[in-house]
Each structure stands twice: as structure tokens, then as C-alpha cells.
Design a protein around this ligand. Sequence first.
Ligand code: SF4
Ligand code: SF4
Length: 374
Amino acid sequence: MQYRVLGRTGLKVSALGFGTMRFKMVDGHVDRDIAIEALHRAMDLGVNYFDSAVGYCDSQSEMTLGKALKGRREGKVISTKYPPWGRSLTADDCRQIIEQSLSRLDIDCIDIYHMHGMDWETFQKVNVKGAAMEAARKAKEEGLVKHLAFSFHDDPQRMIDIVEAAPDLDVVTCQYNLLDRRNEKSMEVVHDLGLGVVVMGPLAGGRLGFPSERLQGVLPGKSMSSPDLALRFVLTNPNVSVALSGMNTAQMVDENAATASLDAQLTEEEMRRVAAMLEENRKLSELYCTGCEYCMPCPNNVNIPEVFRLMNLHRVWGLTDAARERYAELGSADPLGDASACVECGQCEEKCPQKIPIIEQLKESHRALAREKS
Ligand code: SF4
Ligand code: SF4
């Protein structure tokens, strides 16, 4: 296993982190045997960063991790989070949540304590007198928490704003992967300010877990699956300390741990090839649809930008299986529908600044992505 320093925390952490949000569920319960086997395999292979949160796996993630830590706590870096959604955000509330997390994890101290899912607006609410950050800071003084952190979902500049507003934050956890590099510059800035950077979603929520001839062909002579390439890409960024992977079986741990081994990084020449491919794909994607959403709403509830984003996954990235799987959710798991709901009223085409022949492209997308459905 490759180890890196987690910014100014000084903690030596495994490049591969275990995200505990994807344990197998059976009848509403975590399958504890499978989960603990995976966690123990990770520990045996040198993974020492474990990331949980109150709500993960129907609120059973912390307790499952706690069970796996019995007798194995030493040397592990444990992260969990304060959930801001639907709560008072007061210091008292946060104190209660910290105590409950300590109890469920069955540990004396949380190494990395996050404010979960922060955007600028929410961070301003938790970072005032009498609010959640006050309790997190007090817990740090008392030794119940070692380092303060935030997980981030907002415009990239806001990551820097949050760090400047609270210089005692030591770690940020943020999205970063081959398909979404928006945070790259901000990650560099906060890393230079001394923060440890943890990446969530290195496989783009599973989309890069699917095979893609286009991705696999980017490094000729090197046999690399798309998840392998995706994880290596993230770990090659010198500003990244940990790439979190939501693992749920010992086999998945074996595969990811092999990638995060010492020779995981891409060479300069390989990175140049990958960067060229990314730039070319970005341009190609924008040629079709920039995702601006000016065409929305559609009176018939067609999710036009999402259909075209999936079409790009298919024709630009070669991630056809991933695109089809997500397309099948439109109109069911997702309330906005797929291209088949279009009645060709033409309203959207008048609003599209790219002058995309939306009606024709929707038909083409449906043919490509819904073959098995139609
Ligand atoms: S043409 Fe089709 S997609 Fe566009 S607004 Fe009308 S129904 Fe919606
Ligand atoms: S307006 Fe055009 S470019 Fe923008 S999301 Fe809709 S189809 Fe794409």
C-alpha cells in the first residue's frame, strides 16, 4: 500500500481509503459478515483511512465500522460527519451527534470530524457563534475529535472561501475524477494552504466502473481497466492524499488495493496522453450539449440535458453500459422522463443557444440508449 501525509494533520494515510457507504443491505440491514470481511481485508492490506457518516447505509455504517475496529483500532484514521440536513445546526445538536457517533463507532476519539455536504450557505450557518462548528471545536479541545474537516459540494471557488473563513479546518473531502475535474484548481490551492485532500467518487459514482474501449485504449501497450485507470488518474495528482472507494466485498478491496500499490501513478507521458484525451472529449461533449439547461423545463418532463449527458457518456467516453443503466432510471427512479416522452412541440429548440436539433437528437439518443427497453 502506498501512504501519503494528510496535509498538516501529519497523519500517514493509505492512498486508498475505505468509504463505508456501500455495504450490501439485506432486508434493510447491513450484511454484517460480508461488510466486516471486506473491512478486515482492507485492514490486512494496509488500508488505514476509513470514512463513515451518520446516514450511510440506513444509519448502520458507523456501527458496522465500530464492530470491525474491535481490537484493531490502533493506527487507523477514522472519519465521520455532522449531517446538517433538517437539523437545528446548534452547538447542542452537534455535541449530541458527536457523542452518538463515538458511541456507535465505540471509540474514544474521532480522528477526522467533517461538516457533511457543505456549500457556502450552509457553512456560514454552522460556523457562527452557538452553531455546530463551536461544538466540534470544543470536542477537539476535549480530545474527542482530533481534526476538523468538511466535505464539499459547491462552486469550486467556495472551497477556498470556506477554508479562509475557518483556518482551523485541516481536511477537505471533495469530488474529483476523470469525468469531473472542476475542483482540481481549488484542491491545489487548499493543499498549498496545508489541508489534506481526500477524494470521494474517484470512479464517478460507479460510472467509471464500467468497461470503455476508449478509456482502455488511451495508453497503448498497457492493459488497464477503466476503474484502474480512473483510480490511477486520481492518485497521480500530487495534491490528493486519499482516494475513497465505496467497497463492499473483499474481492473489491483486493482489486482496489492492487491499484493503489506503489507503482499506481501514471508517468508524465501517460498523464499527457490522458490529459489530451480528456480535453478532446470535453470539446466533443460540448459540441453536442453544454448542459446549460436553458431548454428546460420541458412541458412533457423530458430531462433533455440528462439524456444528452448520457448520450455523451456513450458516444464520447464509450461508457455505454453505464449510460444505459442510468437511462433506464429516467422516468422511474428519476421523476423527469427519458426521450420517449417528447411530443415534438419544439419549445426547447427555440431556447437552445447551441442550436441543437433537440428533437432529432433525442430520437437518436433513445435509439442508442434504450435498445433493450423499446
Ligand atoms: S420538443 Fe420534446 S423535449 Fe422539446 S420541449 Fe417539446 S416535448 Fe419537450
Ligand atoms: S439548451 Fe441546448 S445546450 Fe443547453 S442543455 Fe439544452 S440542449 Fe443542451
